[in-house]
Design a protein around this ligand. Structure first.
Ligand code: SAH
Length: 333
C-alpha cells in the first residue's frame, strides 16, 4: 500500500492522524482488504477501498516448489517486474527473500538478475508490499534482502521498509541486508543504522583479481575498502557480519583459496556462508566433495562456516535465479 497516498486520502477527508497507523497495523498483521478493518467506520472503509489501491504491486504469477518454497512474480504499477521468494524450513523458520530493485545495474557474471535489464529502484511501499503479500498467506519470521537488486544502491527505501518490518513480525535481528559492498550505501549503513539489522557481504573470492572478474563492481570498490566497512560495523555494533561465497567449480573453490579466505577474514568478525551455485548458464557448481574440502579448511582455521541449503531450484527461485522477464513465461499461475 502506498502509505503516502493513504495519508493524503485520510487527511483530505479530515480523518484524525491515528487512522494511518490503524490501517497500517491491520495490513501489517495480514488483513486482505480495508473491509476487514473493523475499528474503522464502514463509510471510511468503503471510501478507502475506492481511493487507495490495497497494494502497489500486482501479482502476475506464482510458483510452488516441491520443498515448499513459494515464488511470486509481481509487476509495479508502471509495468516493471520483480520477484519475491518465501522459504520454509523444518525448524519452523519462514524466511522471505525480498527484492530492492527491478533488475540490477551491476553485472555479476554468475547472477541471473545481473544479466537482465535494470529497470528502477523500488519504493519503500513496493518493498513492503512484497512482505505484506506473503504475510497474508501466513506468519513470516525472517527477511533477507537477497532478491533482485542491490539494496545499498536504494538504501533510503530499503531502510524505510526494514524499519517497518517489526510490525509485520520480523525483528531487526532477523532482517539481513546483503550487498556486493556498494560503498556509498554501505558506509552510510554502517554510520547511521543503529538497529541490529544484520549485514551480509557477497564476497565470492579471496582476492581482488578474481573478484573483479566475477563481480565488475569490485573494480570500483575493492575488497580492502569493503571489508574495512564490515569491520567498522562489527566494532560499532558487536554483531557478526555474514560472508556469502558462491561455490564455482574450478574458479574459486580450491583449498588454497579457502586458506587465503581464512587469512583474509577475522574469525571473531565474520561467519561464512558457502552457497552451492544455482546454475544460470555461466559456470558449473562445485561438487559436494569440493565444498566439503573447502569448508574443512575454514573449520581448521576456526573461521565459522556453514553450507547454505538450496531451496526452490525446481521453480528457478534459488539464489541468483531471479530474472523476472523469463519467469513470466515459465511459471504462469
Ligand atoms: N545485490 C545483493 C543482493 C542480491 S543477490 C548482493 O549481491 O548481495 C543475493 C545473493 O545471491 C548474493 O550473495 C549473490 O552473490 C548470490 N547469488 C547470485 N547468483 C547466484 C547463483 N546463481 N547461485 C548462488 N548464489 C547466487
Amino acid at each position: 500500500m502506498d502509505l503516502a497516498v493513504l495519508e493524503e486520502t485520510l487527511a483530505a477527508r479530515g480523518e484524525p492522524a491515528y487512522r494511518t497507523r490503524q490501517v497500517w497495523e491491520w495490513a501489517a498483521r495480514g488483513a486482505a482488504g480495508f473491509e476487514e478493518m473493523t475499528n474503522l467506520p464502514a463509510a471510511l472503509r468503503a471510501a478507502l477501498g475506492e481511493a487507495v489501491p490495497f497494494s502497489t504491486l500486482s501479482r502476475t504469477a506464482e510458483a510452488r516448489s516441491k520443498d515448499g518454497t513459494v515464488k511470486a512474480l509481481f509487476s509495479t504499477h508502471d509495468g516493471h517486474p520483480l520477484e519475491t521468494v518465501l522459504m520454509t524450513y523444518r525448524d519452523g523458520r519462514r524466511s522471505l527473500c525480498i527484492s530492492s530493485q527491478s533488475g540490477c545495474p551491476l553485472t555479476c557474471t554468475f547472477c541471473a538478475t545481473g544479466q537482465m535489464r535494470f529497470h528502477r529502484n523500488l519504493t519503500a511501499s513496493e518493498i513492503l508490499d512484497q512482505a505484506l503479500y506473503f504475510r497474508r498467506l501466513g506468519p513470516i519470521s525472517h527477511a533477507v534482502f537477497m532478491g533482485m537488486g542491490e539494496p545499498m544502491m536504494n538504501l533510503d527505501a530499503v531502510l524505510e521498509a526494514a524499519r517497518r518490518l517489526p510490525d509485520v513480525g520480523i525483528t531487526p535481528r532477523r532482517t539481513t541486508i546483503s550487498t556486493v559492498g556498494w560503498l556509498p550505501g554501505l558506509t552510510r549503513f554502517v554510520s547511521e543504522v543503529e538497529e541490529p539489522i544484520r549485514l551480509a557481504i557477497s564476497l565470492h573470492a579471496p582476492d581482488d583479481a578474481l573478484r573483479s572478474m566475477l563481480m565488475p563492481v569490485n573494480l570500483r570498490y575493492p575488497l580492502a575498502d569493503v571489508l574495512a566497512e564490515c569491520e567498522r560495523r562489527f566494532e560499532l555494533r558487536h554483531q557478526k557480519v555474514f560472508v556469502e561465497y558462491v561455490m564455482l567449480r574450478g574458479v574459486n573453490d580450491r583449498v588454497e583459496q579457502a586458506a587465503q579466505l581464512a587469512r583474509l577474514l577475522d574469525r571473531k568478525i565474520y561467519k561464512v556462508n558457502l552457497i552451492p551455485y544455482n546454475p544460470t548458464g555461466a559456470y558449473e557448481g562445485s561438487s559436494r566433495d569440493a565444498i566439503a574440502a573447502f569448508k574443512n579448511v575454514l573449520d581448521r582455521a576456526r573461521l565459522p562456516a556453514t553450507v547454505r541449503l538450496t531451496r526452490g531450484r525446481d521453480i528457478q527461485a534459488a539464489c541468483g535465479q531471479l530474472a523476472a522477464e523469463r519467469a513470466v513465461e515459465v511459471t504462469p499461475c
